[in-house]
Design a protein around this ligand. Structure first.
Ligand code: GLC
Length: 446
């Protein structure tokens, strides 16, 4: 009986593209040396403990699906103990914390949940194990192309799919009914309905979204620009395309919404949780947020449960079909210096597989990454509308393919926030965003 089970017969190039690139530029190659891909390809048979940096994922009954996944995994691998390391839920904070820890060569966490916006930066700086040689090509065919592209850098995947986020518009169905208002089909109708309900004194906020100075605002802006028929960068990710009529409409919408009181001034500080709290607290009529938020607004203990509707995001009046939603989500990266790389790969692969993905479908409002799970009868017939409607959303990818994406995104969200905080006009913020994104792409610091 061999001590290990082989996951893959192929062996890797010593270090992988990302490490080579990181070393070549002297950026963050990490202190732990080249990753041990042979070890990563073997599932340990002795007793080991694996540290999984992850955040709580609510189940419909108020539990945490990570515990269910860990129990299911341990039935198959009783010798591998998975220890949950609690991560902050804010993408920018967790990115900074992890990149510092992993670059220093720390062996823990072995595996970490990371944003689908990170792979280019993490690959380039050798902060994630390259996965191309560990998994057969057919493995990746099981997932949406847009997701696999997001998880790859220079054609090599760097993270295991886990769950997908895509955005929706949540609304207070009871308040629309009370005021004889139809479910809005355009942003202009959203603004009118929000104003009518506010004026009647039934809510103090109209539309809430994520407008703080952080990655979430980039996601909001990218989809508003798509609603207006534009893009942020060209398909290569090397040139700024934001501007013109589409840019003006997207930024102009934020400016007008603030001026008209459709979005509250506080939105300039709102992240996912703040906007969700305003909505579940009964203070807002509309909420733009990710799919999993259905499980919160309609979950046990939500004061607005039973009174909420959800739909794909609308478009602009006369601006083509709506239904855009930013592609977000979280995946599992293996620390290239992991103490237990083989166990980490086995668990991450399990979480991407059918058994785990169907647990996500049955127990949560998170959207599975595995296409077969998304298309399963259980998913399509689900009473969770965000899951049943998943195929209707037109996914908008953020331009994450450049290792400089964090700076590009910072340029965009910082300028967009000046509109929401009333500090700049839409036109000035747009011009500033274009200039700052171009500078970020040239490698200049902002
Ligand atoms: C969600 C998304 C992630 C996005 C983040 C922005 O966590 O899954 O992709 O970057 O929100 O706040």
């Amino acid at each position: 009986m061999p001590r290990t089970t082989s996951l893959s017969r192929r062996r890797l190039l010593a270090a992988g593209t990302g490490l080579a690139a990181g070393l070549a530029t002297g950026c963050g190659a990490g202190a732990g040396g080249a990753p041990d891909l042979d070890a990563a390809a073997e599932v340990p048979t002795g007793d080991v403990t694996l540290d999984w940096w992850s955040f709580r994922m609510a189940t419909a009954d108020g539990g945490d699906v990570r515990e269910t996944l860990v129990r299911a995994f341990s039935r198959r691998h009783p010798n591998i103990r998975v220890n949950l390391v609690e991560a902050p839920a804010n993408t920018d904070i967790t990115r900074t914390t992890l990149s510092t820890a992993v670059a220093s060569g720390a062996p823990s966490p072995d595996l970490y949940m990371g944003d689908v916006a990170w792979p280019a930066q993490f690959a380039y700086n050798a902060l994630a194990l390259p996965l191309g040689s560990l998994l057969p090509g057919a493995f990746w065919e099981g997932f949406p192309d847009a997701l696999v592209r997001a998880l790859s850098f220079e054609d090599e995947p760097y993270a295991f799919p886990f769950y997908i986020d895509q955005s929706y518009l949540y609304y207070r169905a009871d308040l629309l009914d009370k005021h004889g208002l139809a479910v809005p089909r355009t942003w202009e109708e959203v603004a009118r309905a929000a104003t009518a309900v506010r004026r009647a004194g039934d809510a103090d906020m109209g539309l809430v979204l994520q407008g703080a100075v952080y990655e979430g605002l980039t996601a909001n802006v990218a989809e508003l620009v798509a609603d207006a028929g534009g893009t942020v960068l060209d398909p290569t990710g090397g040139r700024v395309t934001l501007g013109g009529a589409a840019g003006e409409r997207a930024f102009g919408f934020l400016q007008d919404a603030l001026a008209d009181g459709v979005v509250p001034a506080a939105v300039a500080t709102f992240k996912e949780q703040d906007s969700t709290d305003a909505f579940t607290g009964g203070r807002a009529v509309f909420l733009r947020n990710w799919a999993y938020v259905w499980g919160v607004v309609e979950g046990a203990g939500s004061p607005v449960a039973g009174r909420v509707g959800v739909m794909p995001r609308p478009g602009f009046d006369g601006g083509g079909p709506g239904g855009h939603g930013c592609l977000g989500g979280w995946c599992n990266f293996v620390n290239p210096h992991a103490a237990q790389p083989g166990a980490a790969v086995a668990f991450a692969r399990f979480c991407a597989g059918e058994e785990a993905q169907m647990i996500i479908v049955r127990d949560t409002a998170y959207l599975p990454a595995l296409s077969a799970a998304r298309a399963s009868d259980e998913a399509r017939g689900s009473r969770t509308p965000t899951l049943a409607l998943a195929g209707e959303v037109r996914l908008v990818a953020r331009p994450t393919q450049s290792p400089r994406y964090p700076q590009v995104s910072k340029a965009l969200y910082t300028r967009a926030n000046t509109v929401l905080s009333g500090g700049a006009s839409a036109a000035d913020a747009l011009a500033g965003a274009r200039a700052d994104m171009a500078a970020a792409l040239r490698g200049e610091s902002l």
